[in-house]
Design a protein around this ligand. Sequence first.
Ligand code: PEP
Ligand code: MG
Length: 555
Amino acid sequence: MKAEDMSVNSFPAQIASSGIVMGKALMMNQETLDELLSEVSDLDHFRKAIMTSKFQLQELALSRGNTEANILKFQLSLLEDAELIDPVIKSISDKETCSRAWQKRLDSMIEEFEEESDSYFKARAEDLKDLKQRVLKNLSKKNEIPPNPFERSDGPEKCIVLADEMTPSQFIETDWNQHVGIVLNKCSHNSHVAILARSYGIPMLTDLEVPLSRMTSNTPLILDGNKGRLIVDPSPQEMEEYQEIVQKFGEEKQLKETYLKNPSQTLDGERVLVKINSDSQELLNQLNPEHCDGIGLTRTEFLIQDGRLPDEEEQFQIYSQLIKWASGKPVTIRTLDAGGDKPVEGVTMDEQNPFLGFRGVRISLEFQNLFRSQLRALIRAAVLGPVQVMVPMVTVAEEIDAVKKILNEEFSKLQQKNISTEMPKLGMMVEVPLAALEIETFDVDFYSIGSNDLIQYLTATARDNPTVSHLYHANYPALWDLISRVAAHGRKTGREVSVCGDIASNTDYLEKLMKSGIRSISVSPASLADVKTFLASLSLNGCSDSMSSNSGELI
Ligand code: PEP
Ligand code: MG
C-alpha cells in the first residue's frame, strides 16, 4: 500500500474476499477448551458423541448449498476414517478420558497438517479444529443450548466480525444478513472459511497488522476488501467517501449479477457462448452451472497426484462429477497435455527444449496405455452427458487420424465387453501456428484456440520466461489473422471455434475476438461475470453481417 493511502486509523491486511462494507466491530468469543473437557472415560459415550456429530453435520449439509455441503462432507469423511478414530478408541480402552483422547489425537493431526508446505493441506487444519470442537462439545453435553459465539450487538446495525479464528461450522451457522464482513487473524486464503466468504460474497481480511486485542466491540469500522485495509473509527469525511464508493459498488455488483444469470449476448443481441475453464473441482462448487454455457477446457494434467494420473476408474468418477455439475451442458475434457511447462515424472523427458519437444498429443501417441485408458474413461463418461474430447498440441493432420483410430478401437473394445458407451465429440486445440495456417486439413468436430501457446510459438518467446516477456503479448496483427482464419474455417464447415487461452478472460481483447468472428469463449471462473458484463455493452456494428456474407472464404 502507498504511504499516502494510510492514515493513523487505517491498518493494512491481506484480502481473503473482496468488497467494501461498513459496520460496527463485533468481537467473537473464543470458547476455552477447558470448558469443553469432561472426565468421562467410556467407549459408548465416545461413540454416541461421534454419532451425534455426524448427525449434526449431515443436517447442516442438507440445509445448505453445494459449497457448504462439500466442506462438511470432508469433516464427515474424517469421522468415518479408522486412522483417526481407532487410536482414540484404544486410548479410551486404556482408561484415558474421552475428551483427552480425542483432543490429543486431533491436536497431533492438526500439527501434522499445519506443518504441510502445501497451503491447501495447511488450510485443512482448520477443518480438524472445527471437528475437534464439535465432538468435544458433544462429549461435554454442552450442545443442548448452542452458545452464541458473538458478543452482544446493540441494535439493528450491521456488524463486522473480528476474531483470531473461526471454524467453517461457525461461519455456516452465522446470520450473514446482520454480519456483513469478517476479519480473522489466523486464516489463510485457501481456508474453508475464506472459500465460504468468497462464495457468500462476504468481504474478508486476514493478517491484520494490529492485534485484535486492541479493538473493542461497537467501534465503527470500514472494511476495504479491495485495497486490503481496515479503517477503525473513520472520520466523517472517510465515511462520506466510502458511502459513495459502496453505493457505486453495489450498483455495479447488481448489474453484473443480472448479466451473470442470463445467457451472454452483445449489445446488438449477438449470442456468445461463454464457457468456463475448470481447473479445480473446488472452484466449480462455487459456481452455478446456469451461469455459463458449459465447460470449455479441463486441464487433465492437474489430476496428476504424486506423479501419477488417476486410473481409468478414478478418471471416470472425476469426469462423471464434471458432467453431473454441468447438468446437460457440454463438458470439454482435454487429453493429457504433459510436457512443456507441465513436466510429469516418468512420462516427459529431460530435454533441452521442452516446449518444442515431447509434449501433448506427441506423448499420448507414444505412451498409448496411458492415452487409451483416458479415452476409455471419456467414452464411458460420455454416456452420462455431452462430452467433448480435446487433443492438445496438434501439429499435423496425421496426429488427429491416429487419435481417431485409437478412439474407435477403444470404443469397439468396450462395446464388445458390453460396457455402456457413447462416442464423444472429438476436437483439437489450435495452438501451433502450422495447425492454424493449415486448419482446413484437420477433420474434427470442433476447434479451440489455445492463445497462450499460440502466442508463444508465433513469437518464439517462452511463455514463462520473464527476460523476454516484453515480446509475449497478443497485439500482433499476425495473431489476429490466424484467429480470424480459424474462425472463418469454423463458420464455413459449421464447426464450433472457441478460444480457451487467457485472452478470452481478458476484457481488453474481447472486442477483437468478436470482430475476428469468434462467438464461443472459455474463461476462468473468476472472470465470468466481468466477461459477460463487458460483452453486454459491446456493439459489433453489423460486423456479424459482413462475416456471414464472407462465409466460405478464408480471411
Ligand atoms: C493455451 O495454450 O492457450 C491453453 C489454453 O492451454 P495451456 O495454457 O494449458 O497450455
Ligand atoms: Mg496450451
